[in-house]
Design a protein around this ligand. Structure first.
Ligand SMILES: [Fe+2]
Ligand SMILES: [Fe+2]
Length: 377
């Protein structure tokens, strides 16, 4: 999950600032190294940070699906990955083996992943803190998930120190813009982000298992157990939506589910194609990889969302490609050395084209989930 101001969140480890109490100690890596990397500029494509209506969340009645939520909480308590995220000597010197171009795209990948894991940590941690008294079961689930995300973010941040960099998570916490979502929108967004995270990690893992020569860094060895955390987190939100069945029935829920599916899929596709060099370094084609991730996530989502997208329709992919084209034109206009008002003028038609394309994508007929996944519904 994710972000919005463009400021220096990336600092060399030596200048890691004192962090607010919200930052888990597990997240603070250590190490030494030079170089300050400019953070990736915040755009609509970079991860966002979320907040929500804590009172509404605290007041949530879980009784319609309490047994399943209790069972999921019991799984969280087992903490299967307690001893998983331990670095071994494979990491030693691994960073030096990357050529400069691969190094750059790989560090960007680490930064974006770390920000997104950290964004999950902050939201879950804050939720568990705010509803502790009134909704203990929900609070405990969020606390366990915050624990997992802290580990994930910490592990990624530690990998960044191998490249002489570190994300200043305290700075990030204090200086990010937070997007406020109602609880049901938080459910849609986080459910999708967990499930898509699961498919992203597992597909990279399986690909590298078959093509070990493309494993450019030992962090990928950790993806198999890691993605199981994300899968469990997704299942938790699935059970939570079933405890609040109004979040996944009726015309309003159908419209919002379509919207979130499209926003998540389109953002990922445009972003990944724009940094296809990273996927190439792993021996993957960004488009084919994203297509597979989207198809799988869409299929999984039909277990709980009332509708899913018609991703078998070739027009869906044609329209995503138009977004890619517009996005490339926008980046080009941005990079040009023209005065700001002129840049703006040059960018306007592409923004308009993007809005139109998104509207067309949104208006494509969805598929009712009961037709799509009759076996599990
Ligand atoms: Fe995670
Ligand atoms: Fe997660």
């Amino acid at each position: 999950m994710g972000q919005s101001q463009c400021q220096s969140a990336m600092v060399p480890p030596a200048t890691l600032s004192a962090s607010p109490s919200a930052v888990d100690p597990a997240l603070q890596g250590s190490g030494e190294g030079p170089a300050i990397k400019e953070p990736v500029k915040d755009t609509i494509l970079t991860p966002r940070f979320y907040t929500t209506d804590f009172e509404a969340m605290a007041a949530m009645d879980l009784r319609p699906n309490e047994a399943e939520l209790e069972a999921i909480c019991e799984e969280f308590r087992k903490d299967y990955n307690r001893h998983h995220f331990v670095r071994n000597d494979e990491f030693e010197g691994a960073a030096d083996k990357l050529d400069p171009e691969t190094r750059q795209v790989f560090v960007e990948f680490l930064e974006q992943s770390c920000t997104s894991e950290f964004s999950g940590f902050l939201l879950y941690k804050e939720l568990s803190r705010r509803i502790k008294q009134t909704n203990p079961l929900l609070a405990e689930c969020f606390a366990h998930m915050a624990r997992d995300e802290a580990r994930h973010a910490g592990f990624l941040n530690k990998a960044m120190t191998d490249f002489g960099m570190q994300l200043d998570l305290g700075f990030l916490t204090a200086n990010k813009n937070y997007t406020k979502f109602s609880p049901e929108h938080i459910f849609y967004a986080t459910y999708l982000s967990e499930k898509i995270g699961y498919w992203r990690y597992i597909m990279i893992y399986r690909h590298l298992e078959k093509n070990p020569e493309s494993k450019i860094f030992p962090i990928f060895n950790f993806f198999e157990n890691w993605c199981q955390d994300e899968n469990r987190h997704g299942d938790f939100f699935d059970a939570l939506m079933k405890a609040q069945p109004d979040t996944v029935r009726g015309w309003k829920a159908r419209l919002w589910c379509r919207f979130f599916l499209l926003a998540v899929f389109a953002t990922m596709y445009v972003r990944d194609v724009a940094r296809k060099e990273f996927y190439e370094a792993l021996g993957l084609d960004a488009r084919a990889y994203d297509k597979a991730v989207i198809i799988k996530t869409n299929e999984t989502t039909a277990r709980v969302f009332p509708v899913v997208l018609d991703v078998e329709n070739p027009r869906f992919w044609e329209r995503l490609e138009r977004l890619v084209g517009n996005n490339a034109a926008l980046s080009k206009a941005d990079a040009a050395s023209a005065p700001a008002p002129l840049k703006l003028l040059r960018k306007l038609p592409f923004w308009a084209a993007n809005a139109l394309e998104m509207a067309k994508l949104f208006l494509m007929a969805p598929i009712r989930s009961e037709q799509f996944q009759p076996a599990v519904r």
